[in-house]
Design a protein. Structure first.
Ligand code: DX5
Ligand code: ZN
Length: 221
């Protein structure tokens, strides 16, 4: 199993103090910044775009920025996010007409590519493209909002995707997003996830470092 990555979702951060929030969460032990992009079309909510990603880089954020695109169409935004300093760019297959082409587009701009499966999206979507991916992101809530409850069927899905990834022999990260807390992250890790997005669990807590520490202990247990 690869190293545990904790990726706080800034969707639950205080947007009026975003640079400071990101500095604080990285200082508290987070590994990546999870950056949720919503377009009020693919999902019924509207958030932030490449200018905000670029502003975080200008502010001095050096941690990997994990861009989760919940937008349709996808391709037009990829060069902008690459230019703005994204490290990973992940997208939903339902939002791209040509999934293989979009993956290659992300990689051709020097970013790592991820494919995101919604709770009801079959894992078969990974067939024929899995080996081209740097990451698979499984949604354990329906995309669009922070603070929702973890959907339990995501555990079986994690096990199924873990088997597929292991069969490739490649180092492809398996990320989980939605409803991840210190008290369920242990079973999520045991099901095969190695990369954990957590928004409300971290940003709604009084002490970010304390939550992240508890999460790491539960993953290692
Ligand atoms: C939902 C987003 C998530 C969300 C997670 O569409 O992709 O990243 O912010 O929030 P929590 O951890 O609160 O479920
Ligand atoms: Zn997300």
């Amino acid at each position: 199993m690869s190293t545990c990555i904790i990726a706080p979702s800034i969707l639950s951060a205080d947007f009026a103090r975003l640079g400071e929030e990101v500095d604080n969460v990285i200082a508290a032990g987070a590994d990546w910044v999870h950056f949720d992009v919503m377009d009020n079309h693919y999902v019924p909510n509207l958030t932030i775009g490449p200018m905000v990603c670029q502003a975080l880089r200008k502010h001095g954020v050096t941690a990997p920025i994990d861009v989760h695109l919940m937008v349709e169409p996808v391709d037009r935004l990829i060069p902008d996010f690459a230019e703005a300093g994204a490290t990973y760019i992940s997208f939903h297959p339902e939002a791209s007409r040509h999934v293989h082409r979009t993956i290659q587009l992300i990689k051709s701009h020097g970013c790592k590519a991820g494919l995101v499966l919604n709770p009801a999206t079959p894992v078969d979507f990974l067939d024929w493209v899995l080996e081209d991916l740097d990451m698979v992101l499984l949604m354990s809530v329906n995309p669009g909002f922070g603070g929702q409850a973890f959907i339990p069927s995501a555990l079986d899905k994690l096990r199924a995707v873990r088997r597929k990834i292991d069969a490739t022999g490649k180092s492809i990260r398996l990320e989980i997003d939605g409803g991840v807390k210190a008290d369920n992250i242990g079973e999520i890790a045991a099901a095969g996830a190695d990369t954990f997005v957590a928004g409300s669990a971290i940003f709604n807590a009084p002490d970010y470092a304390d939550v992240i520490r508890k999460m790491r202990v539960a993953v290692a247990a």
